[in-house]
Design a protein around this ligand. Structure first.
Ligand code: BGC
Length: 575
């Protein structure tokens, strides 16, 4: 189980209102207590923060906002002492416009080796004043930014001619995030060296940002559609048809990276690779259909890829079942375990998302003028969704604060919003700030214990204090204790690697019930006799349903006379 730490918002040790690496290190014991295996830290590199650090100016240094390289070393060392693995975020699709390479590219001439590391092209039209193609940025507007105007020369007779057309560079995200040209071997060498830099410092793996975007279709053809990054609905996700996404050429890059990572896998006394020390790659690839997504986790490529089907599913039994079963089908094709996630820093937190009308497509942020989520069913469903998810075989990813049931901040004033998608769309897209609010540790402390000064780069809604860690720790029925119980049982019953089948019989056959049986092998030395049989049952119908016979291990909410009420999930140890 991997826990995502968003460093700006987790723990702020120096009180400047922005979280930092010493803050993370100090709070690591919390993660051990929660029961996580690894943490994934969103980017902490030197960055002008045009996209909250996903615009990297120096891949080998820490941004002063977050600390220093020795703070990173201390974090990694302390995590390892505590038995936690550390996964860092790698951003290979684009750099910051402040990166030394891009600055050199701007200073150099069209056609120069400096420009060849990025995607510079002449514009269309007689002077090149139109973008080179029709691609749209994920963050709205054209995906091209003009680097310099046309060079016009006076022909001596009072007329001008175009000596050189205007040049543009491609930015699939913000104009402060120029896309690299991955057909250039220099780019490949540089990232191999960056991987080694962090592997040498002891990191256990990389979450690869926009893993499906690095290679663009030859000739950069027009596309006539806007490529959303996190499609607002399952149907809106990318297909291989888009010339900027999921091109076959990306796979060679990951095969090369895998070879590099494998060099770092320690060997056992007998010389065989020790899987416990394996360094891993995790793809963030919003790719459809699932068979295409599965290609990223072939045995010689990445170890895992985020599976967004469950996150995108509507709160209906048939949709949840389809998302789950499709996920297994896709990954079975390549023999890799699937992954599960409900929230991250790019989507509306699931405690709020699930409080919106069921048929509504997944929103790209929620603002004060939008219909507001209903908090009570939202949290009830969020707890049930997590209870179902944490029974599933594969790797589960949690996003900081979801273990407290933190909602999205749905009433942020526009003037504090920082998401470039909000600004580039002139507010048409609310954006992701509401999911990135500083964490709540202690109800009565300044900024709910995020620091000691009360400063916070985004304001916390009032409800965060009530939901703070110290209000939930040890409190029976709290969301935090539910997560701890689920994670402990998941480990004890070997569910992460269990076999899964649909549960038959009892009320499990009702169309409103999602029910599976898991056969788990606890521990590596276990035999068939030690196998655990666990049922997970989620009821989405209006009436309570009977649970299968056995001991109820955990439930996401109170049972109704032994029966499972609506929007509630439970695990039962089958006899
Ligand atoms: C990250 C976003 C980021 C984008 C561009 C995404 O996959 O998760 O937060 O804005 O990539 O780097």
């Amino acid at each position: 189980m991997i826990y995502q730490v968003y460093p700006r918002s987790w723990a702020d040790s120096d009180g400047d209102g922005i979280g930092d690496l010493p803050g993370i290190t100090a709070r690591l014991p919390y993660l051990v207590d929660l029961g996580v295996d690894a943490l994934w830290i969103s980017p902490f590199y030197r960055s002008p923060m045009a996209d909250a650090g996903y615009d990297v100016a120096d891949y080998r240094d820490i941004d002063p906002l977050f600390g220093t390289l020795s703070d990173a070393d201390a974090l990694i060392a302390r995590a390892h002492e505590l038995g936690l693995k550390v996964i860092v975020d790698l951003v290979p699709n684009h750099t910051s416009d402040q990166h030394a390479w891009f600055q050199a590219a701007l200073a150099a001439k069209p056609g120069s080796p400096e420009r060849a590391r990025y995607l510079f092209r002449d514009g269309r039209g007689p002077r090149g004043d139109e973008p080179p193609n029709d691609w749209q940025s994920v963050f709205w507007g054209s995906a091209w930014t003009k680097a310099e105007p046309a060079v016009l020369v006076d022909d001596g007779n009072g007329a001008t001619f175009v000596k050189r057309k205007a040049q543009w560079y491609l930015n699939l995200f913000d104009s402060a995030q120029p896309d690299l040209d991955w057909s250039n071997p220099e780019v490949r060498e540089e990232f191999d060296s960056v991987l080694r830099f962090w592997l040498d410092r002891g990191v256990d793996g990389f979450r690869v940002d926009v893993a499906h975007g690095l290679v663009k279709q030859e000739g950069l053809p027009d596309w006539n559609a806007r490529a959303e990054m996190a499609g607002s609905d399952a149907e809106g996700m990318h297909t291989g048809a888009a010339p900027m996404w999921d091109q076959d050429g990306v796979h060679e890059i990951y095969r090369a990276w895998r070879r590099t990572l494998d060099e770092y896998t320690p060997t056992r006394a007998d010389g065989s690779p020790d899987p416990a020390g394996e360094r891993i790659l995790v793809a963030e690839a919003w790719v459809e259909p699932i068979e295409r997504a599965a290609l990223y986790v072939r045995s010689d490529e990445m170890h895992q890829a985020f599976n967004f089907h469950y996150l995108n599913a509507h709160w209906r039994a048939e949709d949840l079942r389809a998302a789950i079963e499709q996920s297994f089908r896709g990954n079975d094709l390549v023999g890799a375990p699937t992954t599960w996630v409900l929230s991250n820093h790019d989507v509306v937190r699931h405690a709020s998302r699930l409080g919106l009308p069921v048929d509504q497509p997944r929103p790209q942020g929620i603002g004060a003028d939008d219909p507001q989520p209903d908090a009570e069913p939202g949290l009830r469903r969020a707890r049930a969704a997590t209870t179902l998810m944490l029974a599933m075989p594969g790797s589960a990813y949690l996003y900081q604060g979801e273990e407290l049931g933190l909602p999205e901040h749905t009433a942020l004033p526009d003037d504090v919003r920082q998401d470039p998608a909000f600004h580039r769309s002139n507010g048409k897209e609310t954006g992701r700030d509401g999911a990135r609010i500083p964490m709540a540790w202690e109800a009565d402390a300044p900024a709910a214990g995020f620091n000691t000064t009360g400063e916070a780069w985004l304001p916390q809604p009032e409800v965060y204090a009530e939901l703070a860690v110290d209000r939930q720790q040890g409190v029976e029925g709290s969301t935090l204790e539910l997560y701890k119980t689920l994670l402990r049982l998941r480990r004890d019953r070997g569910l992460g690697s269990a076999g899964l089948a649909r549960l038959e019989g009892v009320d499990a056959d009702s169309p409103d019930v999602v029910a599976y049986e898991l056969v788990g092998a606890p521990g590596s030395g276990s035999t068939a006799d030690d196998a655990t049989r666990t049922a997970v049952v989620l009821n989405l119908g209006p009436e309570p349903v009977a649970l299968p016979e056995g001991e109820v291990l955990v439930a996401s909410g109170p049972l109704d006379d032994g029966r499972l009420p609506t929007d509630t999930a439970a695990w039962v140890a089958l006899a």
